[in-house]
Design a protein around this ligand. Structure first.
Ligand SMILES: NC(=O)c1ccc[n+]([C@@H]2O[C@H](COP(=O)([O-])OP(=O)(O)OC[C@H]3O[C@@H](n4cnc5c(N)ncnc54)[C@H](O)[C@@H]3O)[C@@H](O)[C@H]2O)c1
Length: 333
């Protein structure tokens, strides 16, 4: 199949390699001619050092390949998804499968990325979210990985399963696209929190507490908005939460570590040097929790530190001295 991957960061490149390995005819699009030329010159992405780009993989800064592509992978950072979908729309085949692989929630609208893509494509294409515990660095090295393809259109999700599946990359399907996308976006907030905890020198107990109760928060919001609770125990929920909160590959966690060590949020984001999706997702979580009327105390603390200038020590103290609770809140099960 002819496939265009829109976005040549670490994740777009790793997926372009996977799809080329799977025998597809792949074009990797960069949003600037300069970036595409640099990739062409090096035949390597600096985000995936030591992983050569095979000759069979086409590199381009033009969108022409979209006209013939049966599948299009949207792999830009979340803030660029709307403008990229808008640019792609006129060239897209009516029957193309559009695979959303970025993780985030739109800042002002609080929409998930497949919703933005559907808005911009105005009835063209069949949109699927592909998500899960999948560091680009590891997929680039062909490390065994599993993801979930989610869509209300199960035939489209199954097509994505067929196209991406390989002996190194398992793909499951799920019809709960909202649950999958919320898990993918919100775990970045919790990865920031776990990073802060590590940066402050707190312990494994603290991190496990943050991850477990953070998972409960994600699921509570997801269920209130129409997602399924079980989805949050799956690859895009618990799976992605584990990988992001425990790995140094996670830029969200690295950003949190710097904040926990005393750097300002601005300094930390600058030092990480790549998109810290959790920063934006913390604002969206705050807005969505307010709208849905659900409690998300850990995400709310992240919001207070990132957007309201509260100190991390202050919010840790506030979290630990909340009222007594039951572990299982039967009202939302
Ligand atoms: N890196 C991973 O391991 C990984 C895994 C799964 C999902 N994701 C998600 O994929 C998305 C992309 O992440 P990444 O790691 O590839 O990012 P990255 O930081 O490696 O690269 C981002 C790319 O986007 C380009 N870009 C910047 N502004 C743009 C614009 N306005 N329009 C189009 N492109 C623009 C940059 O030039 C760069 O090539 C994120 O939402 C991330 O959460 C990443």
């Amino acid at each position: 199949m002819k496939i265009t991957v829109l976005g040549s960061g670490g994740w777009g490149t790793a997926l372009a390699l996977l799809l080329t390995d799977n025998g597809h005819d792949v074009t990797l699009w960069s949003h600037s001619a300069r970036r595409s030329a640099l990739l062409e010159q090096a035949r390597e992405n600096p985000r995936l050092p030591g992983v050569p780009l095979p000759e069979a993989l086409h590199l381009s800064a033009a969108l022409d390949s979209l006209r013939e592509s049966g599948a299009v992978v949207m792999a830009t950072p979340s803030f660029a998804v709307r403008e990229t979908a808008r640019m792609a729309a006129p060239l897209l085949r009516q029957d193309a499968v559009v695979v959303s692989v970025a993780k985030g929630i739109e800042k002002d609208t609080a929409l998930c990325l497949t919703q933005i893509i559907e808005e911009e494509l105005k009835g063209k294409g069949r949109v699927v979210a592909l998500s899960g515990p999948s560091h680009a660095e590891e997929v680039g090295r062909r490390v065994p990985t599993g993801c979930v393809a989610a869509s209300r259109d199960m035939a489209a999700a199954e097509l994505v399963q067929d196209v991406f599946m390989s002996p190194r990359f398992r793909v499951y399907t799920n019809s709960d696209v909202l649950g999958v996308e919320l898990g993918a976006a919100l775990k970045n907030v919790l990865a920031l929190c776990c990073g802060v905890s590590d940066g402050m020198g707190l312990g494994d107990n603290t991190k496990a507490l943050l991850m477990t109760r953070g998972m409960t928060e994600m699921a509570r919001l997801g269920v209130a908005l129409g997602g399924r609770k079980e989805t949050f125990a799956g690859l895009s929920g618990m799976g992605d939460l584990i990988v992001t909160c425990t790995s140094m590959h996670s830029r969200n966690r690295r950003c949190g570590i710097l904040v926990g060590q005393g750097k300002s949020v601005e300094e930390a984001m600058k030092e990480v040097g790549a998109t810290v999706e959790g920063y934006y997702a913390a604002l969206s979580a705050h807005q969505l929790a307010e709208k849905a009327g659900v409690e998300m105390p850990i995400c709310e603390c992240a919001y207070r530190v990132l957007y309201e200038g509260h100190s991390v020590r202050e919010v840790v103290g506030a979290l630990m001295s909340r009222n007594k609770k039951r572990e299982v809140d039967e009202s939302w099960i």
